[in-house]
Design a protein around this ligand. Sequence first.
Ligand code: P6P
Length: 280
Amino acid sequence: MREIIDAISRASIRIKRAIEFGDTGYSDHTNKTGDTQLKLDIASDLIIEEEFQKAHSVKTIISEEKDTAKTLHENGKYIIGYDPLDGSSLIDVNLAVGSIFGIYENDTNGSSIVAAVYVVYGPRTEMVVAIDDVKLYRLGADGNFKEIKTITLNQKGKINATGATQKGWAAYHKKLVDEIFSDGYRLRYSGGMVPDLHQILLKGGGLFSYPATTDTPKGKLRLVFEVFPFAFVFEKALGSAIDGKKRLLELKPSHIHDTSPCFFGSNDEIERVLNAYAKQ
Ligand code: P6P
């Protein structure tokens, strides 16, 4: 696992430079999910693939920016599902973005994830590694990541990050959101999954929701590259992650780009979601 984290560290330093000084224009390609790829999406994906080539424990990589899985080392142990540059369209307005990695054994079912890593490219470059617990690292002036602290969520938080277009929300979802705000929670939502969830983790808790909507009945966020890795992080940080009714890590994707409605948060807030969705 160490060589995988080292590969991600090297890749993140290269991606950080590409974000700061690279071409933020669009390519003439679209990914499997139909997103028009930024040149930075493709560049970040290539950087990560190059660094994983040096890690012989990586058997297969599955990227949000690739149509199919790619085998790197036949005798490798791990499958890595990753989103090389999540929220990349936010770079044009100078908001934080991130890279997300799920490390799996045998297959990419939620129950097969054994570690998760994400990197936030913001005012500072920070990496969070979840294996047995959740540790925060920060990139220093010397070009090395230094451990800062262990992250754990409180039982209850103060932040409500409400994803998806509101006109597409179900009435019971809108009622849940309004009730949470009426309890004094503060709206914190940038449209970037990585910084939005990182804020909840570092501020001690709250709720991030990306529900099913009329235009995205299976939600928008991808199980293998985004949802399972963050579900693993939140559970290891003593929080919870559900699809509205069950643990996200109990799900099995029907294909590598499959999506799910998702809720990540402190246990009190997730309990409120379960109660609101149980009646539906
Ligand atoms: P919406 C970015 O495009 C992304 O995939 C996630 O990073 C983010 O959480 C979500 O989409 C935002 O989607 O529909 O709320 O703008």
